[in-house]
Design a protein around this ligand. Structure first.
Ligand code: FAD
Length: 305
């Protein structure tokens, strides 16, 4: 068991943990600002794009950033290399999935994250990879809750978890998700980050439901800028996020990609502002390893300091 949780003192940037960042920002009545990145696949071009975007987004001093992780550890080494480099400049959350993994191998990855300078783990179950649909049944660790326990038992790292404004696809209803969120909080998770969504109500409904279930940890909305409308619509479909009919109509009626971009970005900036006004502790912007749209949202919502 960890003897003295969250006592690492080597953070790049002013904050040691997400909890500290959110607490400090909240004390100043400011929302936090953070960005998500994903490890590049092998191409040099993708790596260049990631690091160019990272450098550009660091210019606006995010409080922390996060790096995704392939389900089943498919990109473990790339993910570790990326977090190691980013953690030198900014407090870094490593996403970690446990689907298909053993306790021992997952504990080893947690330890490697810690050595790489990560201060916080976003503990996720992940989804079964297409080439191993049975992974959810065969792995030793079967849920993110078990991973939260494992991180707390084997490290001093802070733990966050996923939350779903439009209900997790396998969940019967939001109350069920909220109950699971409360169990994760009781197991030691101190913040949650959401799946993408497109209405303020989706977020406020989730926060209310979580509170009723006793899950009072901060829930940071994840925001996907609608820069490339076609791409975002595809991602929304994959994640099950409903696009408001009016937005969909406006995007469909746009005369060009450029016009669709203006519509999408105006929508995203308004959503960002509305979420902050509704009490969100901060915004976690899915950068998609591109800086332009992420910066526009951050600036448009007044989050650049
Ligand atoms: P779980 O908490 O295990 O939940 C899965 C389902 O089981 C839910 O329906 C839940 O209600 C139910 N459940 C869980 N525990 C219990 C219990 N004890 N009793 C009853 N029901 C239970 N995927 C990746 O592969 N890599 C990433 O980097 C990544 N990053 C993400 C970041 C964010 C912010 C979010 C929101 C998702 C991310 N995902 C990522 C996707 C995530 O792995 C999937 O959505 C996955 O299907 C669920 O993960 P979970 O952690 O919520 O799982």
């Amino acid at each position: 068991m960890p003897v003295c949780p969250l006592l690492r003192k080597t953070s790049a940037g002013p904050f040691e943990t997400v909890t500290e960042a959110l607490g400090t920002r909240s004390g100043r009545q400011e929302p936090s600002l953070s960005f998500e990145f994903f490890p590049p696949r092998n191409q040099e071009e993708a790596a260049d794009q990631l690091w160019r975007s990272f450098d550009a987004l660091m210019e606006v001093s995010p409080d922390f950033i996060s790096v995704t992780y392939g389900a089943g550890g498919s990109n473990r080494e790339t993910s570790l290399a990326v977090v190691e480099r980013m953690a030198r400049d900014v407090m870094t959350i490593g996403h970690l999935t446990c689907v298909g993994g053993s306790r021992a191998s997952t504990a080893e990855t947690i330890s490697r994250f810690e050595d790489a300078g990560v201060h916080s783990i976003l503990a996720l179950r992940g989804d079964a990879p297409q080439d191993n649909p049975d992974a959810l049944k065969t792995g030793e660790l079967k849920s993110a809750l078990e991973l939260v326990h494992l991180v707390r038992q084997t490290s001093n790292l802070e733990v966050g978890v996923a939350a779903f404004p439009e209900v997790h696809p396998e969940s019967p209803h939001m109350e069920h998700d909220s109950m699971v969120l409360e169990m994760k909080q009781s197991a030691g998770a101190t913040y949650a980050m959401t799946q993408l969504f497109f209405t303020v109500d989706a977020y406020t409904d989730l926060v209310s439901s979580a509170k009723i279930a006793g899950a009072t940890m901060p829930i940071i909305p994840g925001l996907m800028p609608v820069g490339n409308a076609a791409k975002v619509l595809r991602m929304a479909e994959m994640s099950g996020a409903a696009i408001p009919v009016e937005l969909l109509k406006e995007l469909e009626n746009a005369g060009s990609d450029a016009e669709a971009r203006v519509i999408g970005m105006e929508y995203s900036i308004k959503l960002a502002r509305d979420l902050v006004d509704a009490g969100a502790p901060g915004l976690h912007i899915f950068s998609m390893n591109l800086s332009k749209a992420a910066l526009e949202v951050a600036r448009g919502a007044g989050l650049c300091r």
